[in-house]
Design a protein around this ligand. Structure first.
Ligand code: UD1
Ligand code: MG
Length: 417
């Protein structure tokens, strides 16, 4: 990456159209705040300087930002141009290229940004836009071209006339500027009265009039252009991201029977030859070993660790639990806060009653134990090695079952020691 470049990420907006108290950029996409995808992208591109503009809910966003990022607060949310202006305030001595990214655009790929920057440099441009041709361009700024097909402006949806609304080339929000031109253009912007905002996109027509060199790189993968402004956009972006996650896992040797009905959070580790059956939901912070079988209809939540050769079958919820290899949990049940050894058989309908007046208690089951169907384990409780619980038994809290013991009934009592 060249030295004389800075990247500005705009993340100050409230996201009115989300109708949410959570700042828009913290809304999760595949289990992860959307802002983090953009931060990953700039990290991968190794920009020497990255400025993140925060505003609405900045206290909530800050903990997600790594050291080394410059944070600027936009005091009043006066639009994208004003946000960039705040960032430029922290870049007084900088000369060179400014790349602007929007934090509500989590599907962008680093290859695309590289291409954009290369095109900008090789053609000595003053401004380079990243644009996309969308069949349904509603909601995006439309790219205006003059009679020679040179870019002469961007018109936002709410101000576009019928003719302009039919333009399919949209502004993705990613724009590369030479800093001196950007600084000059921003000074000339007018306030849009309706929204009480200054639009960064207005810089284009200002610079066109000053005969700046403006061009665009068009996205070949349209999905990368998708920005999140509404819950509908969020679901669309989620779907695309989920497809990417599932494709990557399949490339790594995981079988996903039906990727369209399989929801796996970003960053989930799954070993080779594991098979995931349909309607499985795997949330954040889950690790699955090799050769496991998961689902259908399994719900694996945070803190779940499955070692190799585990079967976690249908209608199961597992949370904050470690399960060692060759353990079988083949049919419906709930395991929360549990530590389960190797080669354990958990019968259908087993439930760990882990919740007790605001406290979550731990259930421990040692290697080779056999938990009969419909056993309720009232935590905290321990089941020893190779112990057996009878069908329908209830193991009261702190009434540990010793290794090799067989217990039955409610409350469970030993019939073999
Ligand atoms: C913007 C573009 C539009 C483009 C679209 C692509 C403008 C005026 N319009 O519209 O041409 O097609 O993105 O997705 O730029 N933000 C701030 N401070 C503010 C306002 C916004 O930091 O005062 C941030 C937001 O947090 C967001 C980004 O800027 O990350 C874009 O704002 P948003 O309101 O989403 O703009 P769009 O309507 O999507
Ligand atoms: Mg947006």
């Amino acid at each position: 990456m060249h030295k004389n470049i800075v990247c500005i990420i705009l993340a100050a907006g409230k996201g009115e159209r989300m109708k949410s108290h959570l700042p828009k950029v913290l809304h999760p996409v595949c289990g992860r705040p959307m802002l983090l995808y953009v931060l990953d992208l700039v990290e991968a591109l190794k920009f020497p300087c990255v400025v993140v503009v925060l505003g609405y809910g900045h206290q909530k966003i800050r903990p997600y930002l790594k050291k080394g990022l410059k944070i600027v607060i936009q005091r009043r949310l006066l639009g994208t141009a004003d946000a960039v202006k705040s960032a430029l305030g922290a870049l007084k001595n900088f000369k060179g290229t400014v790349l602007v990214l929007y934090a509500d655009n989590p599907l962008l790929k680093k290859e695309t940004i590289k291409k954009l920057l290369l095109y900008h440099r090789q053609n000595n441009l003053d401004v380079t836009l990243l644009t996309a041709m969308l069949e349904k361009p509603t909601g995006y700024g439309r790219v205006l071209r003059d009679k020679y097909a040179n870019i002469c402006g961007i018109v936002e949806e709410n101000e576009a006339n019928d003719y302009e609304k039919q333009i399919k080339e949209v502004n993705t929000g990613v724009i590369c500027f030479e800093k001196d031109k950007l600084v000059k253009a921003i000074k000339h912007l007018r306030l849009h009265r309706g929204k009480k905002e200054y639009y960064l996109t207005d810089c284009i027509s200002v610079l066109y009039k000053e005969e700046a060199l403006i061009d665009a790189v068009r996205l070949s993968d349209k999905e990368e252009a998708l920005g999140v402004n509404s819950r509908q956009d969020l679901s669309l972006v989620n779907r695309v991201m989920q497809e990417r996650i599932n494709q990557k896992l399949m490339q790594e040797g995981v079988t996903i029977i039906d990727p369209k009905t399989t929801f796996i959070a970003y960053g989930t580790e799954i070993g080779k030859d594991t098979v995931i059956y349909p309607f499985t939901v795997i949330e954040n912070d889950v690790k699955i070993g090799k050769n496991c079988s998961i689902g259908p209809f399994a719900h694996l939540r945070e803190g779940t660790r499955l070692k190799d050769d585990v079967i976690a079958g249908n209608f199961l919820e597992i949370v904050r639990s470690k399960i060692s290899s060759q353990t079988l949990i083949k049919h419906f049940g709930y395991l929360g806060d549990s530590r389960i050894g190797r080669g354990v058989n958990i019968g259908a309908g087993t439930v760990t009653a882990n919740f007790d007046k605001g406290k979550k208690n731990v259930t421990t089951i040692k290697d080779g134990a056999f938990i009969g169907c419909d056993t309720v384990l009232v935590a905290p409780v321990k089941i020893g090695k190779t112990a057996v619980t009878g069908a329908g038994s209830v193991i009261p809290k702190n009434k540990d079952v010793a290794a090799g013991q067989v217990v039955v009934g409610i409350p469970a009592r030993p019939i073999k020691n």
